[in-house]
Design a protein around this ligand. Structure first.
Ligand code: HEC
Ligand code: HEC
Ligand code: HEC
Length: 442
């Protein structure tokens, strides 16, 4: 066994053997193989490679850490930097103390970072994890060039020391809970400090810090909506069991329930699919014990009896048969109704990828949309945004979903949304209007 796997199994063993690990769950799908781990590197550096995954540094600094990714913030785009050990363009001159300060306090040598770098979350990282990360970053291949884009904010936002006052109110961004089991404490550490789930799922307060009273209860994220992940049964994920949560974090999907097509797809692709079973279960275990917060964006439960059945397996899987079936459906629909009817629109615009019955083409890796949470919310915002702006698909190789904001009118988007919600979401009715679409897309 390689040193790293020895280490991981030691870690797994110490967790599994803990008496507090009440439930024996093991996940049906194994974790992705960790890249950047090599027997040539020290065990500490190899452990750091795993910590980097759990902290999702790659989502912002890129898989090669060369930086230049725009983080959209209310004050403008902030670009991530090169954090390879390049002495000229990266962090090659950092000492471990400098690195620790950057992670915990947002203090780079000589200047203050903006909280687009999630130091309010990394504030709680343990010394051991930071040492491992530091050792790992010494092994990362150098990228000897500056990022393509760098941050340029107008005065006075370019005065970085203004962040010092902000830090007093907003760092750390979370508090530790009392009375947790050892597994749940590990979950809390992962959720709050490493994975920084709250930077997307917790709404912001007036100063743009995380609103602790609304912890993980859902937040708008540009064109996406990060849903409520507290254990509330109606508006959160209270109906998901621990295995559901873990499988979603490992694969980015849950059959007939949820699909990570946007920013969550990225989080899964860069980070959570690499996590050990133990760590995913710890996250799930912790998410079950945080306070449930009810919001008005509740989920309409799936009525399985109202969901369509796949016409037949061979139609779902055989692309030629599916094509014929679609042609047939289109012919029938245009005979029986006028061409602006919602079904005809769906068939014309969406069905070539998602299928007549919403079950898509698993072999071509298009997502089934039957029963997804994104089409069963009281607020249609998430669905409208997907139709208007498309979905990138961090997790698969299928051609991405294009946005239709230019081709379709607001009324047509509303009409398709209603069709999808009722036919594939199993909702009793849906009355999204052109005005709603206009408001959502502002
Ligand atoms: C959510 C996005 C995001 C994540 C995740 C993230 N960073 Fe950053 N990081 C940034 C941004 C943006 C900057 C530049 C901030 C600025 O210009 O004020 C930055 C800056 C830095 C710096 C200062 C670099 C310099 O130029 O001196 C270091 C060091 C750093 N990040 C390390 C990390 C490490 C290590 C991780 C993972 C543990 C990580 N970052 C995760 C967005 C991120
Ligand atoms: C970069 C922002 C971001 C981060 C970080 C993030 N999420 Fe998400 N999450 C989203 C968005 C947006 C969605 C909606 C689906 C999508 O866009 O892919 C989502 C969906 C989910 C869902 C599905 C909920 C439902 O009702 O369908 C769960 C569960 C979830 N996230 C848990 C987590 C956990 C746990 C973490 C930390 C390990 C995390 N997320 C980190 C943005 C994020
Ligand atoms: C070119 C093929 C294509 C077309 C056309 C298309 N989609 Fe998609 N759609 C995709 C892909 C691919 C994904 C999943 C993204 C991924 O793989 O991560 C997706 C994802 C979705 C999702 C799930 C998003 C989520 O995060 O829950 C919904 C809902 C959806 N599409 C609805 C529609 C509707 C409605 C239309 C018609 C207006 C449509 N799609 C047209 C390819 C397509």
């Amino acid at each position: 066994m390689k040193p790293f796997s020895v280490l991981l199994s030691a870690l797994a063993f110490s967790m599994a053997s803990s008496t507090l690990m009440a439930k024996e769950i093991s996940l049906p799908i194994p974790s992705a193989t960790l890249p950047n781990v090599s027997p040539a590197n020290s065990p500490l550096a190899n452990r750091g490679a795993y910590v980097a995954r759990t902290a999702d540094c790659m989502a912002c600094h890129r898989e090669d850490y060369s930086g230049g990714v725009a983080i959209e913030t209310p004050i403008g785009n902030i670009y991530s930097t090169n954090i390879t050990p390049s002495k000229r363009y990266g962090i090659g001159n950092y000492t471990e103390a400098d690195f620790t300060k950057a992670l915990r306090k947002g203090r780079a040598p000589g200047y203050q970072l903006y909280p687009a770098m999630p130091y309010p979350s990394y504030h709680g990282m343990t010394d051991d994890d930071i040492s491992a990360l530091f050792a790992y970053f010494q092994t990362v291949p150098v990228v000897d060039k500056p990022p393509e884009k760098t941050t340029k904010l107008p005065f006075p936002l370019n005065i970085r020391s203004l962040m010092l006052a902000w830090n007093v109110i907003n760092v750390p961004s979370t508090e530790n809970r009392e009375g947790l089991t050892q597994t749940q404490q590990r979950g809390e550490y992962l959720v709050n400090n490493l994975e920084h789930c709250g930077t997307c799922h917790t709404p912001r307060n007036l100063t743009q810090g995380l609103d602790k009273d609304k912890y993980l209860s859902g937040a708008l994220l540009g064109k996406w909506y990060a849903p409520n992940i507290t254990p509330d049964n109606d508006s959160g994920i209270g109906r998901w069991n621990e295995q559901d949560i873990s499988i979603y974090l490992r694969t980015g999907k849950l059959d007939k329930r949820a699909y990570a097509g946007g920013p969550m797809g990225e989080a899964v692709a860069h980070s959570t699919r690499y996590l050990t079973d133990e760590d995913l279960i710890a996250i799930a275990d912790y998410l079950k014990v945080i306070p449930a917060i009810k919001t008005d964006d509740y989920l309409i439960p799936v009525h399985v009896s109202r969901l369509p059945r796949p016409a037949s397996d061979s139609i779902t899987y055989n692309l030629l048969e599916q094509k014929d079936y679609l042609a047939q459906a289109k012919a029938n629909t245009s005979i029986n109704s006028n061409s602006s009817s919602s079904k005809a629109l769906y068939l014309a615009v969406c069905a070539s990828c998602h299928g007549v019955d919403g079950y898509a083409q698993p072999d071509a890796r298009y997502a089934s949309i039957v029963g997804l949470t994104s089409i069963r919310r009281a607020k249609p915002d998430a669905l409208i945004n997907v139709i208007a702006y498309g979905a990138k698909g961090a997790l698969n190789t299928a051609p991405k979903m294009p946005g239709f904001s230019k081709e379709l009118t607001h009324a047509q988007i509303a009409s398709i949304a209603n069709y999808v919600r009722v036919s594939f979401g199993g909702l009793p009715n849906s009355d999204v209007s052109a005005t709603d679409v206009k408001r959502i897309l502002k």
